[in-house]
Design a protein around this ligand. Structure first.
Ligand code: IPE
Ligand code: IPE
Ligand code: MG
Length: 256
């Protein structure tokens, strides 16, 4: 039996974000170079996309390269950028067939030119799709994104009382997307590593020991099943939440 059958389709998170981690350790466990792990991670990206499609997740954000990752050895950075280009080019038909729309967030203008060109081509090519939105976080850091938004707000001459949660959200690279309700991280690390700090204010966090190259559809479903076992209270009490769901059931019954 698949864990997909355990998912309540009426309470699936609209947006899932994943910190894909553990490629280096996976490669080491096979006695191989780190890039071997990164290459194998592409299969896990495919699996996550399939799982998102099957479970009804509308937005899937994947942390693929952080601003801090430039500090890795040059050969690893170069290999990651090549892999990115190859993957975008190689998977384009697959994205098209599955009606997946590609987006990118982060400091895209400072990626190597070839990456920018292929990324833009793939985004344009898939812009008519809307089944699942795949958002790649590339050269991304939440602090970069937040300072960038602050600069923009100041440059536009915004007055202090115009600065609201909504205005601020609209200046972030994620302005077009709802906030993630679920953030997963693989490989057993339990930290955020400068990812979506503003947007995950109320996200549920799910950590799994699975290393990213081993991550498959069932692992994704497991995260959603776990998410559905949580009580999301948004500052209220459990009693209030129970009352609200009773009210929902009653008004649903009245509607019928
Ligand atoms: C995640 O795997 C991929 C990227 C950060 C690009 P890592 O390369 O961080 O793998 P570990 O953490 O060293 O095992
Ligand atoms: C976070 O993973 C960045 C990505 C997944 C792209 P890292 O492996 O770089 O994070 P730290 O450095 O261990 O926190
Ligand atoms: Mg890591």
């Amino acid at each position: 039996m698949s864990l997909l059958d355990k998912i309540d389709k009426t309470r699936v998170p609209r947006h899932v974000a994943i910190i894909m981690d553990g490629n280096g350790r996976w490669a080491k466990s096979q006695g191989r170079e780190r890039i071997f792990g990164h290459s194998h991670g592409v299969e896990s990206v495919r699996a996550s996309l399939k799982a998102a499609t099957k479970s009804g997740v509308e937005y899937l954000t994947l942390y693929a390269f952080s601003t801090e990752n430039w500090n890795r050895p040059k050969e690893e950075v170069d290999a990651l950028m090549n892999l990115l280009v190859q993957t975008i080019v190689g998977e384009l038909d697959e994205l098209d067939e599955n009606q997946i729309r590609l987006h990118a967030i982060g400091d895209i203008n400072n990626l190597p030119t070839e990456c920018q060109v292929e990324l833009q081509r793939a985004m344009d090519h898939t812009s008519k799709h809307n089944r699942v939105n795949l958002i790649l976080a590339l050269n991304y850091s939440a602090r970069w994104e937040i300072t960038h938004a602050v600069k923009q707000i100041i440059e536009e001459g915004t007055s202090p009382d115009e600065v609201t949660d909504e205005l601020f959200s609209s200046k972030l690279t994620t302005a077009r997307f709802p906030d993630p309700e679920l953030l997963m991280r693989t490989s057993g690390e339990e930290r955020i590593s400068n990812f979506l700090l503003w947007q995950i204010a109320y996200a549920e966090l799910y950590f799994t020991q699975t290393l990213w190259p081993d991550f498959r559809e069932e692992d994704f479903f497991a995260g959603i099943v776990d998410f559905q076992s949580r009580e999301r209270r948004f500052g209220k009490t459990s009693e209030q939440i129970a009352q609200e769901s009773n009210n929902d059931i009653t008004s649903d019954a009245e509607a019928i």
